[in-house]
Design a protein around this ligand. Structure first.
Ligand code: B12
Length: 378
């Protein structure tokens, strides 16, 4: 395509290409070849750094044309990352999406390139990032995850330590521990807006592990859900972001460490009422209680009243928490049906009528729910 496009010099010079003399054409050709050579030389000088440890370079592993394509350093925000392009410039990326050259200043490499360089699976690299926070340091809101030479050197050291027999968790600590996300809320919102499940998950996992479930839910998840929900006022179709964020919050909560329940502790059963899809608050409650070594049974979304009754008869919980997000789903028959069992009935969520329903407890926040359920009989 490039070959048939008029070059900017021919346009600037006002020369009609068809009337150009053969010496004009050959000097243009020579100039174009020179430009191509200098571009190629620049791209070669941007080869991935060869770390002291292995002396290997990514380039030596590349065989097929497809691999070559994928190995090429990504030179700017991919399609669909336009919003990030302005900020990306601060990180040393070309603001034009890379069309004029590629990374300027610091080089940056994809996870695939780094994995090939270290000769490990890409999934291992991602798992180091997710579990131990060892990943690209330059994680800015809206930025696309890329590894710098410094990141690669740390990862190489981690790899060497593991090969020498160290546990990955110890190796991660030795090389400097998790890299805290600088502004987790902005990072999480940006990742959700880019529909980047993995990046949302990484931020959330770090927050749950570092702050604990309740603070991370209140400081990070609740505000992020509010922001993403508010996006729909200006962009009604962007509920996809809410789905991605909800998925990531759920996945991260499922990954929270759950020590074995303490024997003799009351069993708590959690369920959303029939037709209720809003499970996240109960997911947070389940993880928070599990961290306190409370035994939890979670039934999840849209539990029919008959199913709830069956589960209570089978599991014999001490307390049952029923979530209703809106008055449209709040089912009083579910509360009544549980009256036949010796359980503390707890209503949670803004759907239930204000004030306490007779024979039930009402909780309005996650910390209040945890406090009540740590000792439902007390
Ligand atoms: C995530 C989400 C979804 C996800 C749910 C995914 C999941 N697995 O949970 C999906 C995409 C499935 C979804 C679907 C729908 N949603 Co929705 N959703 C939300 C969103 C963004 C968060 C819900 C949530 O988790 N809230 C809990 C926290 C985050 O909310 P909060 O206000 O910060 O918390 C308050 C309390 O709830 C309490 N609290 C917080 N955490 C905890 C924890 C515990 C244990 C306790 C006791 C209390 C507590 O403290 C706070 C102060 O009151 C809300 C907007 C919002 N910010 O709440 C809309 C929202 C709840 N959804 C809404 C609607 C309308 C729907 C749909 C009907 C949309 C549709 N047309 O299909 C469907 C309903 C499906 C159904 N039948 O249930 C409306 C509800 C309006 C209403 N009052 O009826 C909201 C409020 C959006 C809006 N602005 O209009 N939704």
């Amino acid at each position: 395509m490039c070959r048939t496009r008029p070059s900017s010099d021919s346009v600037d010079g006002g020369i009609d290409r068809r009337r150009r003399s053969s010496s004009d054409r050959s000097s243009h050709f020579i100039a174009r070849v020179a430009r191509w050579k200098s571009r190629k030389a620049r791209s070669i000088s941007r080869s991935p750094p060869v770390s002291g440890g292995s002396g290997r370079s990514v380039g030596t592993d590349v065989s097929s044309r497809e691999q070559n394509r994928r190995d090429r350093p990504v030179v700017g925000p991919a399609r669909g990352y336009r919003r990030a392009a302005g900020r990306a410039g601060e990180q040393g990326w070309c603001e034009d999406g890379g069309v004029n050259g590629g990374p300027v200043g610091r080089s940056a490499w994809t996870a695939g390139q780094v994995a090939r360089h270290l000769r490990i699976a890409e999934s291992t690299l991602r798992s180091w990032h997710r579990r131990y926070g060892v990943g690209p340091r330059a994680s800015r809101p809206g930025s696309y995850r890329r590894y710098t030479a410094e990141d690669i050197a740390r990862l190489q050291r981690m790899h060497d330590l593991i090969r020498a027999g160290m546990l990955p968790s110890d190796a991660a600590q030795t090389i400097g521990g998790p890299v805290p996300v600088e502004r987790p809320l902005e990072e999480l919102v940006a990742a959700a807006r880019e529909l980047d499940n993995a990046r949302c998950l990484a931020v959330l996992e770090q927050a749950f592990a570092g702050w604990g479930v309740v603070p991370a839910w209140e400081r990070l998840c609740q505000p992020a859900l509010k922001v993403i929900d508010a996006d729909q006022r200006t962009e009604p179709d962007c509920v996809d972001r809410e789905h991605v964020l909800s998925w990531a919050v759920t996945a991260a909560l499922h990954r929270v460490d759950r020590p074995p329940a303490e024997p003799g502790r009351p069993l708590v059963l959690l369920a959303c009422v029939e037709a209720e899809q809003h499970t996240l608050p109960l997911e947070a409650l389940a993880a928070a209680l599990a961290q306190h070594r409370v035994a939890v049974r979670m039934l999840g979304a849209a539990v029919p009243t008959t199913t709830l009754v069956h589960a209570v008869a089978a599991a014999r919980p001490t307390a049952v928490v029923l979530w209703a997000q809106s008055p449209a789903t709040a089912r009083l028959d579910a509360i009544r049906a549980l009256g036949a069992f010796p359980v503390t009935r707890v209503t949670a969520g803004p759907g239930w009528p204000r004030g306490r329903l007779s024979g039930t407890e009402r909780v309005a926040t996650l910390p209040a729910a945890v406090a009540l359920l740590l000792d439902p009989a007390g």
